[in-house]
Design a binder for this molecule. Structure first.
Ligand code: UTP
Length: 300
């Protein structure tokens, strides 16, 4: 039976510069950019909590204070909404708050890479398996992607990496997994990963998608990891080292992912979440249709 301790903690690395979405991120953390009616990171925290995560470790850096404030009390605002009887929106504001003592903020003094950011959370995570969620990747799924992964983890244990299919003509833009045998439902045993392979050399069309369940042994690998691509400590390199010792499975989630760290991915997420909003979907659809019609008319 594989070792399978409950996944109680999730690491959300938020210390990057967000250069691909500049100038929007010059003064605002990328993770706080609104995706329709809430910051991107709100969706990711909700996904973590739906999966049973009890404690969230944010790995932050300079200029990321807005994230801490977002998940805290906003006393004057809440008091004012209360006094004005704006109870519906007050409930939404309050729902964003994390319960006392269920979050930690650790500092990554310089953005030395995703692997380094995860390593910065080592003392707070301790000696137990944990989840990593990249907050610029939004996944629309029912249930959420991490909940699907936690359910799969309870049967298979080890380390899990979320993947979703990518078109052959796009595979050279992503990191993909190298399978070790055939898929068993959503799970595929892995033997490696390849970053941005040529189309004809890609070992699979399953790209790595920003959600992980990792065993704590990853921290030793990260501590020993030399800088890789871009001179940064890469999580992928440390996972490859751990793969020699521990089982890794790719998990093909059901749902759709959006890369909000990229301008067009961000646009796609905003449109999708607007269309998915129970209260405003119809109006959003109408607005988008009008915008498309107007753009088509002005072009012709
Ligand atoms: P990205 O590479 O997508 O974020 O990392 P980035 O570095 O902010 O983006 P660009 O390339 O400059 O546009 C995925 C997540 O990991 C965090 C980022 O904040 C993002 O949420 N990250 C990345 C860190 O916390 N520290 C790092 O050193 C690198």
């Amino acid at each position: 039976m594989p070792r399978s301790k409950t996944i109680r903690k999730a690491v959300l690395p938020v210390a990057g510069f967000g250069t691909r979405v500049l100038p929007a991120t010059k003064a605002i953390p990328k993770e706080m950019l609104p995706v329709f009616d809430r910051p991107a990171i709100d969706y990711v925290v909700a996904e973590a909590r739906e999966a049973g995560i009890e404690h969230i470790v944010f790995v932050t850096g300079r200029n990321k204070g807005a994230i801490e404030d977002y998940f805290d009390h906003a006393f004057e605002l809440e008091h004012s909404l209360q006094a004005k009887g704006k109870t519906a929106i007050l409930a939404e504001v309050e729902a964003a708050r994390l319960p006392a003592g269920t979050s930690s903020f650790v500092r990554q003094q310089a953005p030395n890479g995703l692997g380094h950011a995860v390593w910065c959370a080592r003392d707070v995570v301790g000696d137990e398996p944990f989840a990593v969620l990249l907050p610029d990747v939004l996944i629309m799924g029912q249930p959420g992607c991490l909940k699907q992964m936690v359910d799969a983890y309870e049967t298979v244990g080890g380390n899990l990496i979320a993947v979703d299919p990518v078109a052959p003509e796009q595979v050279s833009s992503f990191g993909v997994i190298a399978p070790d045998g055939v898929a068993d439902g959503p799970l595929t045993r892995m033997k490696g990963m390849v970053e941005k392979p040529k189309r004809e050399e890609a070992p699979s069309l399953l790209r790595i998608t920003g959600r992980y369940i990792l065993q704590p042994a990853i921290f030793d690998k990260l501590a020993a990891q030399k800088p890789g691509a871009g001179g940064e400590i890469q999580l992928t390199d440390a996972m490859a080292a751990l793969m020699a010792e521990e089982a890794f499975h790719a998990f093909q989630f059901s749902g759709r992912s959006y890369d909000c760290g990229d301008k067009i991915g961000y646009l796609a997420a905003t449109v999708a979440f607007a269309l998915n909003n129970p209260a405003l979907s119809a109006e959003a659809r109408q607005t988008l249709q009008t915008a498309l019609n107007e753009a088509a008319t002005s072009r012709s």
